[in-house]
Write a protein that binds this ligand. Structure first.
Ligand code: WTA
Length: 667
């Protein structure tokens, strides 16, 4: 209670300046950041500690202010921000706004059926969060415990995240499209004590059996003591001994719950993401640095103003949902849309009908959806009023020129700022985007362009040396720590160091390649490792191969990416059969089913080609580079093949591929 009254005291004394004015001069509309972009960038690079330290004091509501801005470096792979500082993230996102503007709308839940949206005010969201927090506490969840959230996009999912933050528990949201086995893997790795889910989900008019999937998942997860089940539909589902009806329990609880005061560096959440090797890794984000970074990027990249309706149509199961549906907008006291449906339900006009009905000001989506929608023609866009829009954003994968132009011209009527934002689960928030910038500065189509304040991108050459010139490509690294960056991989700090800080000692390596233009702008060229980006979702080729290898008739597999019209990238699998008697078509079908059940439907390869053998080095390593060359049509440029065990394998696979291609003209 003492902590709560201290927080309230701080609120009354208005020790925080609110989300209004973290920068020295308020930016002009349409060009966030104002004319001092260069100066702020220079200051942030020169003195990152004091730069972010001052912003942290101004932007966030603290129980105890921090005494040390930043500690650690990339050389050791350990960085900590705002040491000595104590705060509660949920109090920052809810209490301070609920106190001043209780009736301001925090969430607009755009439910699957158009026209059935529901609004949740800050007071209501605070109350919902407190009741949920008290329910967790009553069931034995304490500070530091991990809680899995497997829910569709809905207010209770946001309340669940914030309830964890309120009591100091660590949430791990698992995208509700992942299979039971994927969910189980994450629950086991994180040793979650509880799971929060819904009886069913509804998406694109279809019912999704969420509780059933959770039942399958927790069967082999002894750490799970209870499963909280919210009711998204009126249908009854099986309830077992550890299952608890969430809303019923919440109704019995008090609507007030004192926030647990956390250290800046305590864990806020973890989110599993794919790497180039092994199982998905639990990327850990901490409290203060993450919150500060997402609030500031949300405000300055999109030029978000009080009263705007922010429409990020991602799923909360990905980092985009965490940072720009939940934490960034709510920390800024904004109104944020929760989009439960799909871009084509009930028809391909859904996004723009939603923009018109909810009067959305900033609209943030993935290029894969744009590529799909532009194929349906402009009429679906033009019949709706989009005059509320001021900014458009793109995220998750490279945006091709055609999609950029369509978004800018047709959707945005050439009057909205279009920001192509580059970032990663690991970076916490947007790192490179056209805005903020100097006033009136140009935007180059389909280029992410400028670093955010305090982000210091560098390109590395093949020898690991920093490239100083412009007009060059290299491995994209970041030279200095920033508050929003991930702190570790849950339970495996060594893997964190190896994945991000070993390749280029002293630098954070993103895994992406980039091109720096003549003017010094950054264009992301794509992953340099064995990570695929399918419809903006990350997937390791090794993950898919591991799943396919489970088929008893398939001793060897190799997965590579190939360009896909809509998805950006698709998975192409090569498999070898154990013996000639196995029927290729049946095996392919079974392999696809295995991938869907072990990972998720979107991970299923579009194509599976049976080959006699795979190209290998003399030491037995599969040369995926050659397979990629074949499916991307770059056979003239296969590079060094001197290490190949038997070069005739290339013509052999190429022949098989050509025959397959003749039967699949879309390839
Ligand atoms: C890719 C998503 C090009 C990139 C926020 C990165 C992009 C990976 C862009 C991270 C962009 C993200 N242009 N590529 N604007 N944004 N990427 O962790 O390869 O799901 O490394 O985070 O997506 O994916 P993640």
């Amino acid at each position: 209670m003492e902590a709560l009254s201290r927080l309230l005291r701080a609120l009354r004394q208005r020790l925080w300046s609110g989300p209004g004015a973290p920068w020295p001069r308020p930016p002009a509309r349409g060009c966030s950041g104002g004319s001092d972009y260069r100066e702020l960038c220079a200051r942030a690079a020169r003195e990152p500690g004091p730069f972010w330290g001052a912003l942290a004091r101004q932007t966030l509501l603290w129980d105890t202010p921090h005494h040390t801005d930043c500690e650690g470096d990339f050389a050791r792979g350990r960085v900590r921000w705002f040491l000595g500082g104590r705060l509660n993230v949920a109090a920052n996102c809810l209490d301070r706004h609920a106190q001043h503007s209780p009736n301001r709308v925090a969430l607009i839940w755009e439910k699957d059926e158009p026209g059935t949206e529901e609004r949740v005010t800050y007071r209501e969201l605070l109350e919902m969060t407190c009741r949920l927090a008290n329910t967790l506490k009553k069931n034995g969840i304490k500070k530091g415990d991990r809680v899995a959230i497997y829910m569709p996009v809905c207010p209770l999912a946001v309340a669940a995240m914030l309830a964890c933050a309120r009591i100091g528990a660590v949430h791990t949201v698992v995208f509700a499209g992942f299979s039971g086995e994927s969910l189980a893997g994450r629950i086991s790795d994180a040793e979650c004590k509880a799971v929060i889910t819904c009886n069913q989900g509804v998406r694109g008019g279809r019912v999704i059996e969420l509780k059933k999937t959770v039942d399958e998942a927790v069967e082999n997860c002894p750490s799970v003591k209870c499963v909280f089940v919210a009711q998204r539909t009126a249908n009854k589902v099986h309830m077992g001994s550890r299952d608890i009806l969430l809303e019923e329990e919440m109704a019995k609880e008090a609507s007030v719950c004192p926030p647990e005061i956390m250290d800046s560096e305590d864990m806020l959440f973890m989110l599993y993401t794919s790497g180039s090797t092994g199982k998905p890794k639990g990327i850990v984000h901490s409290q203060a640095g993450y919150l500060l970074y997402v609030a500031l990027t949300h405000k300055h990249v999109f030029d978000y103003k009080q009263g705007d309706v922010f429409g990020c149509v991602a799923d909360i199961g990905w980092i985009t949902g965490h940072s720009y549906i939940v934490y960034g907008p709510l920390c800024n006291g904004g109104t944020t849309v929760l989009f439960e449906s799909t871009p084509i339900y009930p028809d391909p006009g859904r996004y723009w009908e939603t923009v018109q009905r909810l009067r959305i000001n900033q609209f943030y989506c993935a290029p894969t959806a744009l590529r799909l929608l532009l194929k349906h023609g402009d009429e679906y866009v033009k019949k709706y009023d989009r005059s509320s829009l001021t900014a458009l954003g793109s995220v998750g994968e490279p945006i091709n020129r055609e999609a950029w132009q369509w978004f800018y011209s047709v959707v945005g009527e050439e009057r909205c700022t279009l920001v192509d934002t580059w970032w990663q689960t690991e970076t916490g928030g947007i790192c490179v985007a056209p805005r903020p910038s100097e006033k009136g500065a140009e935007i180059v189509p389909a280029i992410a362009m400028r670093p955010f304040y305090g982000i210091t991108p560098v390109l590395m050459d093949e020898k690991g040396k920093v490239i100083e010139d412009n007009n060059v490509s290299g491995a994209l690294c970041i030279a200095q720590p920033w508050p929003g960056m991930a702190r570790t991989i849950y339970g495996d700090h060594q893997r964190f160091i190896e994945a991000y800080f070993k390749t280029y000692p002293g630098y954070y390596f993103t895994g992406d390649g980039a091109y720096r233009t003549e003017e010094g702008y950054y264009q992301i060229t794509g992953r340099m490792d064995d990570v695929l980006n399918i419809s903006g979702h990350r997937l390791g080729t090794a993950e898919i191969e591991d799943a396919m290898d489970e088929h008893p008739a398939v001793p060897e597999t190799a997965v590579v990416g190939y360009p896909h019209d809509i998805k950006g990238e698709g998975a192409f699998a090569f498999i070898v059969l154990r013996d000639d008697t196995a029927h290729p078509e049946i095996v392919s079908k079974e392999v696809k089913a295995i991938v869907a059940s072990k990972i998720a439907k979107y991970a299923v390869p579009d194509h599976i080609l049976v080959v006699k053998r795979l190209p290998k080095t003399r030491s037995g390593k599969i040369m995926r580079r050659l397979l990629r060359g074949i499916v991307t049509g770059n056979i003239c440029d296969l590079g060094d093949i001197t290490t190949l065990d038997d070069p005739s394998v290339i013509t052999e696979i190429l022949d098989t591929y050509e025959k397959y291609k003749a039967q699949h003209p879309t390839l």
